[in-house]
Write a protein of this length. Structure first.
Length: 99
């Protein structure tokens, strides 16, 4: 299932992560784990944030994917199912054909 991860990370924790190099390492490790089809980084609600869209095969994958963000950067995380335009068209077409 295609999902979007939204992570808002604590400023003090990410400041320290920049100084020690742990933030770039954590981002690289996360990207290697999830192999996102899209990844964006910026500010949201005044804090460093990232958004990644990736395929989640099993909900059991979430703890190993997310724990570093919680533990190292006091992140507030959301994982939500999402669709691209092709998925939406397919879903809407299925609604028209069902009784």
């Amino acid at each position: 299932m295609r999902v979007m991860l939204r992570a808002h990370m604590d400023t003090a924790a990410t400041n320290e992560g920049i100084k020690t190099g742990s933030l770039p390492r954590a981002v690289k490790d996360l990207m290697e784990k999830v192999k996102p089809e899209a990844a964006y980084f910026g500010l949201h609600e005044g804090v460093r944030s990232c958004w990644m869209v990736f395929d989640l095969q099993d909900s059991a994958q979430l703890p190993p994917i997310l724990e570093d963000l919680f533990l190292q950067f006091n992140a507030e995380l959301e994982v939500s199912p999402v669709m691209n335009a092709e998925d939406l068209a397919k879903g809407l077409a299925a609604m028209r054909t069902s009784p």
